[in-house]
Design a binder for this molecule. Structure first.
Ligand SMILES: O=P(O)(O)O[C@@H]1[C@@H](OP(=O)(O)O)[C@H](OP(=O)(O)O)[C@H](O)[C@H](OP(=O)(O)O)[C@H]1OP(=O)(O)O
Ligand SMILES: Nc1ncnc2c1ncn2[C@@H]1O[C@H](COP(=O)(O)OP(=O)(O)OP(=O)(O)O)[C@@H](O)[C@H]1O
Length: 456
């Protein structure tokens, strides 16, 4: 469908990027696809034997689910199809098609935007626009609502929507049971200069199912969007500092920000997408404090079992050179396991290998759901269709041709919308050690900072 000759690279415009991927839109505007290109990974600071042991364990953990770890995106495809789709439902899923980019094309794109890009990429629908855009020639799918406003896409990265209750959590970390992880992490981000202002956003409110609390959570995201709220207008990404102003501008003839937030809330409730995402997040039942110990023990067992192997008996948390030894040794995180944790961990460490691998898979799957984004794309019709809601819904269903679109009615107006989930990447096993270190750093931060303890 697309020509990936190097001279074609200029047709692709950077639309967004994260840690792991850069996303480009086709500049002609005729096509409604994005190219999501995997960034080149930096060389890792991990002991090679540890990496090998982790890679071996990772294959065992996913045995029977992922059968192809080679290049070509098969592992991600199998993860989405076999693990995520049954849990999250097919509605919000738009799995892209893997493409191996020619080396010259990837290099030209990388040079243009100053990025380090791999050749691994996916073509996916552009979720920030309807197909086709209102300004374009009508096509077979184009008999959509006549629009009074541009297409708005709000992208939410809701993060973890529940408080952990795992008995594997150190009693000294009980704040984790009371304060959402997002707010605890804010503390560390502020201290590290990764966030300029504290966000008051509370994911528990967004996931509450209570429209007033959801409205409030969305309002907090607007006030301080960080990387948890992004705006696209007619497919164009809007700079974070202009987000609120632009949203006011495009929505003011239709009820302004209040209408936008109510619409988003109604869409989230109508689709039930947050309930599904929360269900997957809750597969993290042991917390990283439990899962890290389980992975340590699985690595130790694998090391014992492989005769003659020189693999390290523990994970990178102990073996690599990233461990920060400058932190106070009296911290509960460096202390040996608490008696209560030891007790709580017993059943976990006695699981047979199939159940242990399932526990690790569940944790990793939950992490995907804690990191995904929800793209909500909508536009309001100029037509006033009367006040009989059932009649309106019927008419709307007859007229809206984009199979991805649904319709919401308010005050006789029709709002066409689509919801899509993005960033559904499988998380590598080694991430568990990164999560554990981050968790430890957050706990140090909160324990050591009297202001933090007071604010939280
Ligand atoms: O660990 P967290 O909660 O900070 O989440 C990371 C995100 O940070 P955030 O706190 O949302 O700013 C982080 O987001 P940013 O790149 O900072 O926008 C990534 O999404 C990262 O995932 P990956 O390494 O790209 O696979 C995320 O890592 P995972 O936890 O999903 O492995
Ligand atoms: N199908 C899509 N249509 C339109 N925009 C998209 C699409 N997929 C991704 N994007 C945009 O590109 C951005 C980066 O994509 P993505 O979240 O996949 O990157 P990532 O590196 O995996 O992110 P993270 O750092 O959170 O792990 C998204 O935040 C979103 O704004």
């Amino acid at each position: 469908m697309y020509d990936f000759e190097p001279e074609e690279a200029s047709c692709w415009r950077l639309k967004g990027q994260g840690n792991a991927n850069a996303v480009f839109a086709y500049a002609s505007g005729k096509e409604h696809h994005v190219l999501r290109v995997r960034k080149e990974k930096l060389p890792e600071n991990t002991h090679p034997e540890t990496s090998e042991a982790l890679a071996g364990l990772e294959k065992k953990v996913w045995e029977g689910v992922i059968t192809d770890w080679g290049s070509g995106g098969a592992a991600q495809d199998q993860y989405e199809n076999k693990v995520l789709r049954p849990l999250l439902g097919a509605e919000c899923f738009h799995r892209g098609e893997y493409v191996r980019l020619p080396v010259d094309f990837a290099a030209t794109l990388a040079r243009t935007y100053g990025l380090q890009l791999s050749q691994d990429a996916w073509i996916a629908p552009d979720h920030t626009v309807f197909c086709p855009q209102p300004s374009q020639e009508p096509g077979p799918r184009s008999r959509t609502l006549s629009c009074a406003m541009p297409t708005i896409c709000l992208e939410l990265k809701p993060k973890c929507g529940f408080l952990p209750t795992s008995p594997c959590i150190h009693p000294g970390h009980s704040i984790k049971r009371r304060v959402p992880r997002f707010q605890l992490h804010q503390q560390l981000k502020l201290a590290q200069g990764k966030a300029e202002n504290r966000s008051s956003y509370n994911p528990l409110d967004l996931f509450s199912g209570d429209s007033l609390k959801m409205h409030e959570a969305l309002n907090d995201l607007l006030t301080c969007p960080q990387n948890n709220l992004r705006l696209f207008v007619d497919g164009e990404p809007i700079a974070q500092h202009r987000l609120e102003q632009k949203l006011v501008e495009v929505s003011s003839p239709h009820g302004g920000l209040d209408w936008v937030l109510s619409t988003i809330t109604a869409i989230l409730l109508q689709t039930g997408v947050l309930i599904k995402v929360l269900g997957v997040q809750k597969l993290d039942t042991y917390d990283v404090e439990g899962i890290k110990v389980l992975v340590d023990s699985l690595l130790a067992e694998a090391s014992k079992a492989s005769a003659g192997s020189s693999a390290q008996p523990s994970g990178p948390g102990k073996a690599d050179s990233c461990t920060d030894t400058t932190k106070p040794p009296q911290s509960t995180s460096e202390a040996p396991l608490h008696e209560a944790q030891r007790e709580a961990l017993k059943p976990l460490l006695q699981l047979d290998s199939a159940a242990a691998f399932q526990a690790v898979r569940d944790y990793l799957t939950a992490v995907t759901a804690k990191d995904l984004s929800i793209m909500i794309t909508f536009r309001r019709s100029s037509r006033h269709t009367g006040s009989d809601d059932s009649a309106v819904r019927h008419t709307a269903q007859m007229e809206v041709r984009d199979p991805e679109a649904h319709v919401l009615t308010d005050g006789g107006h029709e709002t066409e919308y689509m919801v899509a989930l993005v960033d559904l990447d499988i998380k590598p096993l080694k991430k568990i050690y990164e999560h554990w270190k981050l968790d430890r750093d957050i706990m140090w931060m909160v324990a050591d900072d009297p202001v933090a303890s007071e604010v939280l």
